[in-house]
Write a protein that binds this ligand. Structure first.
Ligand SMILES: O=C(O)CCC(=O)C(=O)O
Ligand SMILES: [Fe+2]
Length: 330
């Protein structure tokens, strides 16, 4: 199909090398089927008697799991369905159009990404294509009104949801509940549209490599195919799709400002034979925002998001791995 990125051709040499070895990526680490990710009903926040208990569940899930699912989250089915249908249309544009999406859509460089040009073996390759939209780019998409309005509606609801959640999480670690509103611009967040193309070698390659997110908080909608897994007590746990739920996870920046109370957990997506879509909202500060915990003794050095991004980029280029927060430990 003319919309598929040329994975097999581009990574032919890596593929041939790995087909000689009889490895299965997913049998190397144990899996656990018997643990349930917390599922939190946010409607309880509007009920005076249940609000405190619900806030407690949110902060406990953020510190014990770093991940949880929410229902009655305020993002309507209509907004989600609209976003997904625009997302499908976009990914089903011819590959050559996607490659020049920045010019076609009037967007920043590297909006469209696929594969990994630096991969030296298959385990460094994500079988994934993605559009990465900084919120500030969305108004520029004058030629693509329907995609633009879906992104805008989705971003507005997601921003409200993340702001409510970070406020609750801030209170529970004795931070000022306005900390986020006062210190970080709302428009520095971004939306990422992910598509996992059908993969004919699904035991040898990841859909997305194990990673933690460089955000305060990430909110994800996944379709019904499944494949997202998170690390819990040394085992991979499936995040089973739930059509009414959004998946929330703590990112590295929140782990740092909460002085390790909240955990930014490694997660990955298993490659599959079926096409899969997910849509993520990354709640992030502007690049020069200072990340520093008020808690004493602080575990991490004071750093800016720019410094963090530079360090992780350098580590990824040199070692294939982001390393992440441990670089900033005091
Ligand atoms: O597609 C998913 O389920 C996860 C995506 C993800 O982890 C990311 O985009 O950072
Ligand atoms: Fe992620």
């Amino acid at each position: 199909m003319d919309y598929e990125p040329p994975f097999l051709n581009t990574y032919k040499t890596l593929l041939e090398k790995s087909l000689e070895e009889d490895t299965n990526l997913y049998s190397m680490v144990e899996r656990s089927d018997d643990v349930q990710l917390p599922l939190i009903d946010l409607e309880r926040l509007s009920n005076e008697e249940e609000r405190d208990e619900c806030m407690k569940e949110i902060s406990e899930a953020a510190s014990e799991w770093g991940f949880f699912q929410v229902i009655n989250h305020g993002v309507s089915n209509e907004i989600m369905e609209d976003m997904i249908s625009e997302q499908k249309k976009l990914f089903h544009e011819p590959f050559v159009n996607k490659l020049c999406a920045e010019t076609l859509f009037n967007l920043s460089p590297k909006t469209y990404r696929w594969g990994n040009p630096c991969a030296t073996n298959l385990t460094q390759l994500s079988w994934l294509e993605a559009f990465h939209f900084p919120l500030t780019d969305i108004p520029n998409m004058e030629q693509h009104i329907t995609l633009r309005s879906s992104l805008e509606a989705f971003a507005t609801r997601m921003a409200t949801l993340t702001e409510n959640l970070v406020e609750i999480l801030a209170i529970k670690v004795n931070m000022n509940s306005n900390h986020f509103q006062e210190n970080y611009l709302p428009k520095s967040s971004f939306i990422r549209l992910n598509r996992y193309p059908p993969c004919p070698i699904s035991s040898k390659v990841y859909g997305i490599l194990p990673h933690s997110d460089t955000s305060f908080l990430t909110i994800l909608y996944q379709d019904q195919i499944g494949g997202l897994q998170l690390m819990k007590d040394g085992k991979w746990v499936d995040v089973k799709p739930n059509p009414s739920a959004l998946v929330v996870n703590i990112g590295d920046l929140f782990q740092a400002i909460s002085n390790n109370v909240y955990k930014s957990i490694k997660h990955r997506v298993v490659a599959a034979e079926e096409e899969r879509f997910s849509t993520a909202f990354f709640y992030c500060p502007f690049n020069d925002a200072v990340i520093q915990s008020e808690n004493k003794p602080a575990l991490y050095k004071r750093f800016t998001l720019r410094e963090y991004r530079q360090q992780t980029l350098q580590d990824v280029n040199q070692t294939g791995d982001k390393v992440g927060l441990s670089r900033f430990l005091l």
